[in-house]
Design a protein around this ligand. Structure first.
Ligand SMILES: *[C@@H]1O[C@H](CO)[C@@H](O)[C@H](O)[C@H]1NC(C)=O
Ligand SMILES: *[C@@H]1O[C@H](CO)[C@@H](O)[C@H](O)[C@H]1NC(C)=O
Ligand SMILES: *[C@@H]1O[C@H](CO)[C@@H](O)[C@H](O)[C@H]1NC(C)=O
Ligand SMILES: *[C@@H]1O[C@H](CO)[C@@H](O)[C@H](O)[C@H]1NC(C)=O
Ligand SMILES: *[C@@H]1O[C@H](CO)[C@@H](O)[C@H](O)[C@H]1NC(C)=O
Ligand SMILES: *[C@@H]1O[C@H](CO)[C@@H](O)[C@H](O)[C@H]1NC(C)=O
Length: 561
């Protein structure tokens, strides 16, 4: 078994604890793969079924399908999955299509049967736990959904909030900077309004708390992703978190770290949007410099109660895919490396490993099966290697998780970070110059990196090694803007496959390790010289569809999804 962490949630629940220390501790070392249940895998795991994202139809993904494709996820190194909301939604087609995403719920005590039965969901939970993996379920408490004008809402059709008294009066959010308007008014629009719950009301809170405790228990859920957190009054979250009794990461869509992390006083974690924005600013070929990342490294660690459990990401179903902004594979690799190696719990959105290029909602909600679940793709293997090296560092020294990333070197376009104590230290180099850029080199000090002269260091993305020189000056070479990820060779030997790139399709990669069956020891790192990604793209960040990021986010916010 890859992961040996015992589950003690039952205990946490029995003692009525909040996300207990143990629970938080267990999540800290996890790595999450986000799937939209309808779009990840069909029960028959076929890869040809059409899925027109524009049409807003159900495309046929199910819990059974996910179960059958868990190898694809686990082999990439993920130890948890986040699935779509499971509850019953608006059943009919709206102007914006069907509620296949799950954010327009109507009955919290009934499942969305497009995804499968209660037995199927329990089977998914069991299948994950049998692999030592965790189940994270997306939940919504801010709103319900309705197909029709706000004054036509039939409140009695909802469960359990079957009376208008549980809801705020309909009003549009006219000022996103005014929290009382943001919290009390309705998301959605005049055709699909999202009736907004009175979450400040003690009866509403009790009903939500009863529901979440049951949901967690009925399906043995290990973690929650909570939707639209900033649209709910903050005090609501303390009791909800307590009632859930498990790790919860809340969606607080803001680039303001102080604002976002304020919610960590109620919830175990929040989605790390401030990190996302820093990465996006860094990758922008028009304006990008390393300043946003340096500032992030300097400030995030002291702005949040526990930065090591924030969930980091560079894509999700609400954001333009990286490849919709730039076809450059080198920049895409940097984005993934930052996601997986920054402080926090990395979260990768299905399709990012296939270099999917969907722009905003609904284009960025492509069916994963259309990639054929290609395990030989460049980015699949980047993720695989980086998850491995992170897991290895954590296994050697759990303090890796709480060690705050810090810069060793930076210039305008390249930055080197260190994370971890000697022996479990990862030193990573990020660059925003893209695959067309000339190679460049600079020096770093081995003592700052945590390396002793004479030590052998592995670069895990190219599977090459070097020996730290006696004078302690290490010359780092960056080629084609690709990231570099250094790890002590002695620390990697427990898992020599750490940088074994499964890449049989690539020219010159040979068959070594093609199926993960040949001994990596035969191909010692440094002797293959294989490189993971061969960036071939051109252009740069921001050359395409500039500024639509903002429009995409707005569209998403309107729909509350
Ligand atoms: C996808 O759906 C949209 C909206 O229904 C439609 O206009 C478009 O023709 C469809 N595309 C394909 C390839 O079927
Ligand atoms: C926010 O909106 C509320 C409700 O409209 C209003 O009473 C309040 O004055 C506004 N606050 C600010 C700071 O504008
Ligand atoms: C949990 O299961 C119990 C027993 O089957 C059922 O009565 C209850 O409605 C379920 N609650 C949820 C939220 O699924
Ligand atoms: C960030 O959020 C904090 C807390 O809500 C607020 O006081 C501050 O003004 C915000 N900063 C910016 C630049 O908006
Ligand atoms: C980097 O280190 C090499 C080898 O020690 C040395 O020759 C070179 O001058 C150094 N470059 C800089 C910019 O310090
Ligand atoms: C890149 O920066 C420019 C200038 O600030 C901005 O207009 C553009 O929207 C940015 N691109 C992205 C993808 O954020």
């Amino acid at each position: 078994m890859l992961f040996n962490l015992p589950r003690t949630f039952a205990l946490a629940l029995a003692t009525g604890g909040v996300a207990s220390a143990a629970t938080l501790e267990q999540w800290r070392s996890r790595s999450i793969y986000q799937v939209l249940t309808d779009r990840f895998a069909r029960s028959d795991i076929s890869t040809t079924a059409k899925c027109n994202t524009t049409a807003g139809e159900y495309c046929g993904g199910t819990y059974r399908g996910i179960i059958r494709k868990l190898d694809y996820i686990q082999d990439m190194g993920f130890s948890a999955i986040w699935i779509s909301p499971v509850t019953y939604n608006i059943p009919e087609k709206t102007k914006f299509g069907y509620a296949w995403h799950g954010y327009w719920q109507q009955d919290l005590y009934r499942l969305n049967d497009h995804f499968g039965s209660a037995q199927d969901l329990k089977a998914l939970s069991r299948a994950l736990h049998a692999r030592g993996m965790y189940l994270m379920v997306d939940v919504v408490t801010n709103h319900n959904g309705w197909n029709g004008p706000a004054d036509s809402v039939d409140y009695s059709s909802y469960r359990p909030f079957n009376d208008q008294k549980y809801y705020h009066e309909p009003c549009a959010i006219t000022d996103y900077t005014n929290q009382s308007i943001v919290e009390d008014c309705w998301l959605g629009d005049s055709t699909v309004p999202l009736p907004d719950l009175k979450t400040e009301d003690s009866t509403v809170r009790k009903m939500y708390n009863t529901w979440i405790a049951q949901l967690v228990s009925n399906y043995s859920i290990d973690g929650l992703r909570i939707d639209t957190v900033k649209y709910v009054d903050q005090p609501f979250w303390s009791s909800f978190q307590r009632a859930a009794g498990i790790f919860a990461t809340g969606e607080v869509l803001s680039s303001n770290i102080t604002f976002a992390c304020d919610y960590q006083n109620q919830l175990s974690s929040v989605l790390h949007y401030p990190f996302y924005y820093a990465v996006i600013d860094f990758l922008n070929s028009t304006t990008g410099t390393t300043a946003p990342l340096l500032s992030a490294a300097a400030t995030f660690k002291s702005s949040c109660k526990d930065p090591s459990v924030l969930t980091t990401f560079t894509e999700n179903h609400d954001l333009p895919r990286i490849a919709s902004q730039t076809p450059d594979l080198s920049l895409a690799t940097n984005a993934l490396a930052l996601t997986l190696l920054w402080d926090g719990i990395p979260t990768v959105y299905a399709g990012q490993e296939q270099h999917y290029a969907g722009y905003a909602d609904p284009d960025n909600r492509e069916a994963t099966w259309l990639s054929g679940y290609d395990r030989e793709s460049e980015l699949y293997n980047v993720v695989r290697v980086l998850n491995r090296v992170r897991s290895r560092a954590l296994a050697l020294d759990p303090r890796y998780a709480t060690y705050n990333i810090w810069p060793l070197y930076s210039d305008a376009h390249t930055v080197v970070f260190r994370k971890g104590f000697p022996g479990a230290n990862i030193v990573s180099v990020f660059s925003n110059t893209g695959s067309e850029s000339a190679s460049l080199s600079f020096n770093i000090s081995s003592s700052a990196a945590g390396w002793k002269p004479g030590a052998e260091i592995l670069e895990v993305l190219t599977c090459t090694k070097f020996v730290v020189p006696a004078d302690g000056v290490v010359v780092v070479q960056v080629e084609r803007g690709m990231p570099k990820v250094f790890f002590p060779l002695a620390s990697a030997v427990g898992d020599l496959s750490i940088c074994r790139v499964v890449h049989p399709g690539g020219k010159g990669s040979g068959a070594k390790g093609a199926s993960g069956t040949t001994g990596a020891a035969g191909a010692l790192p440094g002797e293959t010289g294989r490189s993971v990604a061969r960036p071939g793209g051109i252009g740069g960040w921001g050359k395409k569809k500039k500024a639509v990021a903002v429009a995409g986010v707005m569209a998403y916010e309107m729909l509350g999804a």
